[in-house]
Design a binder for this molecule. Sequence first.
Ligand code: TR5
Length: 142
Amino acid sequence: FASLTGLLQSQSAEKENEMVKALREAKKNQSGRNIFDSIVEKQIKVDVLYEDDHCMAFKDVNPQAPTHFLVIPKTRIQMLEQATDEHESILGKLLLTAKRLANERLPNGYRVVINNGPEGCQSVYYLHVHVIGGRQLTWPPG
Ligand code: TR5
């Protein structure tokens, strides 16, 4: 994981190729348990901002802005692509929780992101909503 994080931040072409390889590798292992399962099960301690029966929000370990936290469902969905009609309610809860926590912390605006698949730069195959803010963000994203 640490090496993937380093790769995600690096700029050179060679590093970019390594990054693409690592992201494809992450996708191959998507159906297995991963770090976010352990976080939901409290086997790994994180900085929790909010929790209820359906979802959990915690600070991102590698923040991309002064405020960067993740909102995840307590029931595993590997990626947005795999969400179905039965997940309609939890998808709504994730966004509303993201909005509520962001409202409390980021009065000047923020960005909500779901990375999906290798080209979307998804590295952890457990659905999560990123909330990023606390500085002026730019567009388009890289
Ligand atoms: O690239 P995607 O969209 O899949 O985002 C995964 C996010 O999970 C990244 O922003 C990582 O920094 C974040 N991440 C990864 C781990 C982790 C975490 N955030 C909080 N705590 C974490 N632990 C304990 N372990 C991680 N591997």
